[in-house]
Design a protein around this ligand. Structure first.
Ligand code: AMP
Ligand code: GLY
Length: 424
């Protein structure tokens, strides 16, 4: 197969690493990629928003499968454009990507098909939104409807906080993404991420994970894209996995099909495990970043074969096998992230740091400057290790972190604490 991967983060590096191990792979390109991905694929620096240029590239390179990593190109219709031009894509249509692109769409789907989720209302002006928030009482959750780069959600402890989040949305803090808000019941429990791959009709469970969104140890400080993750999520017992499939995933996919929007690609459910069982917090239409890194390290099967089966509508022929180990990813970020940070600071000793068996360092925001590896983003590296337990995986990953020479980088020092607490 001739594969084109879209994206440039740690998620895409781990996908590239796994795709590169497939015997089905013939040629491999990535737009735009990063220096880590360049170890596996030819990276081409092109604008992902220029769909015509991507179609031309697919023609020129004889691409037989396009794998889209991030959500933005999916919501923008890249998958539709490529399919119209005859190129198979692992990743949903823009219409199906509304599961991530519009929180209101997903809540309405839950309502229509009886999928457990918090009570909610979609509102298009501040006074109605505030009235509903007042009626529900605090704590309460305010969400901009559209894609807001992970920043559109406020878990408000007081009504004042809720009101200012509502005002912020309607005053344009999130652009068009905030033209409508979802005001949602606050759910309590432990959060977990549940992944599956779908071919429009069939669905294959694809593992569980938990991530750490807050920047600081002890889950303190502002939220980030994710400072670390591990798989599996110990909270997700076999029974909870089965309930999630039966009560959330299957009705969603059947509902999407019924609405004429069959879903193909990765469906990532953000769950709250409440006293009454799993409830849907949100859907994403792609792998999590950094959750993908541990998932790829645990997957024994050929990811390309699974993606091809999804695109061909043949998922019913497939199953997945996973290493009976925990994989844990520690994100190293540039000092200052998620606020302002410097780019261009030098990084060294990655070869020695990743020399251990079962340790991989995935590049997220790196670049080459005069032949030297430098930081080029907020989240820069995903140091990932496999271990017999979460504790062992954590120890291995931090040993690797200690060996990395990067004065300007930092990480959290407690990634996996929840899983480790369950082990002791
Ligand atoms: P989202 O972007 O929808 O994943 O929301 C970001 C984070 O906000 C989630 O990971 C949860 O920690 C929190 N959150 C979102 N919705 C709720 C809810 N209804 N109840 C409690 N916490 C929530
Ligand atoms: N790590 C959270 C996400 O990818 O959405």
């Amino acid at each position: 197969m001739n594969v084109l991967l879209i994206g440039s983060g740690g998620r895409e590096h781990s996908l590239a690493w796994k795709i590169a191990a497939s015997p089905l792979l013939e040629t491999f390109f990535c737009v735009p990629g990063n220096p880590g991905i360049a170890q596996h694929a030819t990276c081409i620096d092109m604008d992902v928003d220029d769909h015509d240029a991507i179609v031309s590239l697919c023609r020129e390179k004889g691409i037989t499968l396009v794998v889209v990593g991030p959500e933005a190109p999916l919501v923008a219709g890249l998958s539709d454009r490529l399919e119209q031009a005859g190129f198979p894509v692992f990743g949903p249509s823009a219409a199906a990507a509304q599961l991530e692109g519009s929180k209101g769409f997903t809540k309405d789907l839950c309502d229509r098909f009886g999928i457990p989720t918090g009570a909610y209302m979609r509102l298009d002006n501040a006074s109605k939104a505030k009235a509903y928030a007042r009626q529900m009482g605090a704590p309460i959750v305010i969400k901009a409807d559209g894609l807001a780069a992970g920043k559109g959600v406020t878990v408000a402890q007081t009504l004042e906080e809720a009101f200012s989040a509502i005002d912020e949305c309607f005053e344009g803090a999130f652009g068009v993404a905030g033209a409508e808000v979802v005001v949602e019941e606050f759910l309590t429990g432990e959060e977990a991420s549940f992944f599956c791959i779908c071919d429009g009709t069939q669905v294959l469970p694809f593992g569980t994970a938990q991530d750490h969104k807050a920047v600081g140890d002890g889950d303190t400080g502002p939220n980030t894209g994710g400072m670390g993750a591990y798989s599996p999520a110990p909270v997700m017992t076999d029974e909870l996995v089965q309930r999630t499939m039966d009560e959330i995933i299957k009705p969603t996919l059947a509902g999407m099909e019924e609405m004429g929007l069959p879903f193909r690609g990765v469906l990532y459910a953000g769950l709250m495990i409440t006293e009454s069982g799993p409830q849907l917090i949100e859907y994403n239409v792609r792998f999590g970043d950094p959750e993908c890194q541990p998932l790829m390290m645990r997957l024994k099967d050929d990811v390309l074969m699974l993606m091809k089966a999804a695109v061909d509508g043949q998922l019913w022929t497939m199953s997945t096998r996973w290493k009976d180990e925990t994989a844990l990813c520690i994100v190293m970020a540039a000092r200052g992230y998620p606020g302002t940070y410097q780019k261009g600071t030098p990084i060294g000793n990655l070869d020695e740091a990743s020399a251990d068996d079962g340790v991989e360092i995935f590049h997220a925001g790196t670049a080459l400057a005069d032949g030297r590896l430098v930081a080029n983003g907020g989240r820069v590296l995903g140091v990932t290790a496999l271990g017999a337990s979460a504790r062992e995986a954590q120890q291995k990953a931090y040993r690797a972190v200690d060996l990395i020479d990067w004065d300007d980088g930092f990480c959290r020092w407690d990634i996996g604490w929840r899983a480790i607490a369950r082990e002791s």
